[in-house]
Ligand binder design. Structure first.
Ligand code: ADP
Ligand code: ADP
Length: 228
């Protein structure tokens, strides 16, 4: 059965219907990509899962349990973490401080220290910039920091909103290599939003194509690659 299951989810912003009956599944250990143009509803889907926007219909289940609507802290404690679009690092805080902010939900100092060491191990580039203000990092480094920050709570499912945005192709590959390494070594499950399938078909197990708030097409990356 699915780790994450959305069934007929509807979200509105006032009169605008951002998600109209969105359904999708993510299985444990999978890398699933949600692909669609700007405005399709990708960020809203992640916000709905993470408890950031109210839904007017549908269900969202994590390991068979209905997720509470609009309870982001509670949902984070269930092992779900979101890497927002646009990185949103704290520019005046150092790399280490940014990571510590991510561990805030854990509360426990000894656990945070262990998480910090574990997360830093995946990002050698960040270790070199440990005491630099995050605002001085390159876009790729900021993306890695934003991912690292989301890992501080030791999540099982990580949602990454448009990690490629504004990054050079080689840097995008480096970011995806780290995401795949995390899947291998931590057994992480990944849901990733992207606008284009161009580089993603190589990395994803399954793809959902979203448009106007609903899924238009889905399949294995292999099948979609062959259909191109
Ligand atoms: P995306 O690239 O995922 O579509 P946007 O750049 O559209 O993200 O949105 C950035 C922020 O602005 C988000 O917090 C989103 O919820 C908000 N936003 C997007 N569109 C609107 C809108 N039409 N009215 C108000 N807020 C919006
Ligand atoms: P995507 O992530 O695929 O770019 P979004 O989920 O950001 O799409 O947006 C879906 C639709 O909802 C768009 O029409 C966008 O303008 C609108 N929208 C997003 N956030 C808000 C918001 N906070 N208030 C009003 N409209 C929004």
């Amino acid at each position: 059965s699915a780790m994450l299951e959305l069934s007929d989810v509807e979200v509105r912003y006032g009169r605008l219907v951002a998600l109209r009956g969105l359904s999708l599944e993510v299985h444990k250990g999978e890398v699933v990509c949600l692909i669609g143009p700007n405005g399709a509803g990708k960020s809203t889907a992640m916000a709905a899962i993470a408890g950031g926007v109210p839904r007017v219909a549908g269900s969202i289940r994590l390991n068979g349990q209905e997720l509470p609507a609009r309870k982001p802290e509670q949902i984070a404690r269930l092992g779900l973490s979101l890497v927002p679009e646009g990185r949103h690092v704290f520019g005046t805080l150092t790399v280490e401080e940014n990571l510590r902010v991510g561990g805030f939900l854990r509360g426990n100092a000894r656990e945070s220290a262990a998480a910090l060491e574990r997360v830093a191990g995946y990002f050698p580039r960040l270790k070199e910039r440990w005491t630099s203000p995050a605002g001085r990092l390159s876009g790729g480094e900021q993306q890695m920091l934003s991912i690292g920050r989301a890992l501080m709570t030791n999540p099982r499912l990580v949602m990454v909103d448009e990690p490629s945005l504004g990054l050079a192709p080689l840097i995008v590959d480096a970011v995806y290599e780290i995401l795949l390494e995390l899947r291998e070594r931590e057994g992480l499950t990944l849901l990733i939003n992207e606008q284009s399938s161009h580089r993603i078909l190589r990395f994803a197990d399954r793809i959902y194509v979203i448009r106007n708030g609903t899924i238009q097409l889905h399949g294995t990356a292999e099948a979609l690659r062959d259909g191109e």
